[in-house]
Design a protein around this ligand. Structure first.
Ligand SMILES: [Zn+2]
Length: 476
């Protein structure tokens, strides 16, 4: 196990099988800077890719780009295969139609208490359901299921007043005339588990397919989005780890993508994307700031995309140009760009050095906006030559949420001149504040709770006398 320094960085992930021209354009810009990208492939059958595309994928994989697994048929609950009938007696099979295998699902008993389950009575006929107003208000497109007689159905609003049901796998159904029945709402994101047997078979099929095509095995699994239910990180890990997968992207309770995160063996399979998005044409300056702050605070950003270029007036050219500018800047500034699996190994499977200083350096301003990376901009504070100074009482600095902080006893030292320092340290687990410590002075020890994901540090001058801050250190 190699030791990781706790530098953050970026991964670029592109989902779904794209036209070869788009993939080629992206590969060109990444290859120009020697950076890898991560493609999430949907692979079914021998004809998944034509000869030209397959040759391209082999070439790109050899250069270090990652080919991730986006499931055989863009779902964790079904897949197609030419000899589907051979699965008839598998315990995880719900039914088979033609060459499509529909897998069983399980209702979760440990869904978070915040998920509301409304019980109601409704008339069901054909695929129509008459919802009471209470449930209509609750409806959210693409995320609701209804449980009827122990089975889950996808609920779809056709208009404000017309609602229909699809079966669990998003196929049309005819329920007949059920009359008024007992129903309960369920949430596609929280209420379901896939059968391990089904997920394992899909993992096996994908790896077998890769081998047959001469592509490297998949090591990252990407949850497909659709109306069909999605699965949980532990569900994916339990099925995929034994097939060599070290990472996955799942939605619920996503990892913060930082070093020293609690429960790393789960986090590796909950590496959701979307911390930056180049599809919505944010400015280059915004992207640089996000990346600079992530590097300074030991976090990783996963750029999300389906290579949708319609927001750019000049389409793919404009989209590629934005990537070119951002990657060029990353290269100049030494920003690490890695694949999803590379980041998973580094963040969650590599030993960290508890002595490494994780306090952001005041001398680093990668995006050159005049504010050191990893710090909030504070009104009334002058920032020059690697120092913060303030004329009187008030806040001198506040860090952005810092990742990479070791749990247990830590030492904080601050180089402060003048004033009367009060240092507050806040411990966070995503949206939950776990506690805080206060140090009156320039140095102190404190205990970082085991559940801590990020730490925020602020320095306040409690006197009218001017104060200057020249930097700090934080480690075990
Ligand atoms: Zn997809």
């Amino acid at each position: 196990m190699v030791q990781a320094d706790k530098r953050g960085g970026v991964a670029f992930r592109y989902d779904d099988n794209q036209p070869l021209a788009k993939w080629r354009a992206m590969a060109e810009v990444f290859d120009k800077y020697g950076y890898p990208m991560s493609l999430a492939l949907i692979a079914t059958g021998d004809n998944a890719f034509n000869a030209e595309t397959l040759a391209f994928l082999k070439e790109e994989a050899a250069k270090g780009h990652e080919l991730m697994d986006h499931t055989p048929a863009h779902s964790a609950f079904f897949f197609s295969c030419p000899d589907a009938q051979k699965y008839t007696n598998e315990p995880w099979v719900d039914h088979i139609r033609g060459n499509k295998v529909y897998c069983k699902y399980k209702m979760r008993e440990d869904a978070p208490p915040s998920i509301r389950h409304i019980t109601f009575k409704a008339k069901v006929q054909g695929n129509h359901i008459d919802l009471p107003d209470e449930v209509k208000k609750f409806y959210w497109p693409g995320s609701n299921h209804v449980i009827i007689n122990g089975k889950a159905y996808i609920l779809m609003g056709r208009s404000e007043n017309e609602f229909i049901l699809e079966d669990f796998w998003s196929e049309p159904i005819d329920m007949g005339d059920l009359g008024e029945v007992e129903c309960q709402t369920a949430n596609k994101s929280f209420d379901f588990y896939a059968e391990l047997g089904a997920l394992k078979e899909m993992a096996r099929l994908v790896q077998e397919h890769r081998k047959k095509l001469g592509l490297p095995p998949a090591t990252a699994w990407i949850q497909p989005g659709s109306r069909v239910a999605i699965v949980q990180a532990d569900n994916v890990r339990d099925a995929y780890a034994e097939f060599g997968y070290v990472s996955a992207a799942t939605y619920q309770n996503s990892a913060a993508l930082t070093f020293c995160e609690p429960n790393p063996e789960r986090c590796a399979y909950a590496m959701m994307w979307g911390q930056i998005n180049l599809e919505r044409t944010p400015s280059l300056e915004e992207l640089k700031k996000a990346v600079a702050d992530a590097v300074a605070t030991h976090r990783v950003l996963i750029a999300s995309s389906h290579i949708r270029t319609n927001a750019f007036p000049n389409g793919l050219d404009g989209y590629v140009r934005l990537h070119d500018e951002l990657l060029k800047w990353c290269k100049e500034k030494g920003v690490m760009v890695k694949t999803q699996s590379e980041w998973a190994r580094l963040l969650y499977f590599t030993k960290t050095d508890p002595q490494e200083n994780v306090f952001p350096l005041l001398t680093v301003d990668l995006n050159e906006d005049g504010n050191p990376d990893g710090f909030e901009r504070i009104e009334g504070v002058t920032c020059a030559n690697g120092t913060f100074s303030r004329q009187g009482r008030g806040k001198l600095f506040q860090t952005l949420p810092l990742g990479g902080v070791e749990h247990g006893k830590n030492t904080l030292k601050l180089d402060i001149e003048g004033g009367k320092p009060c240092v507050n340290i806040y411990f966070w687990n995503r949206g939950r504040k776990l506690g805080m410590e206060t140090i009156k002075g320039t140095e102190g020890f404190f205990e970082v709770p085991q559940e801590t994901v990020t730490v925020v540090i602020e320095l306040i001058n409690e006197q009218e006398a001017p104060m200057t801050f020249r930097g700090g250190s934080l480690h075990q």
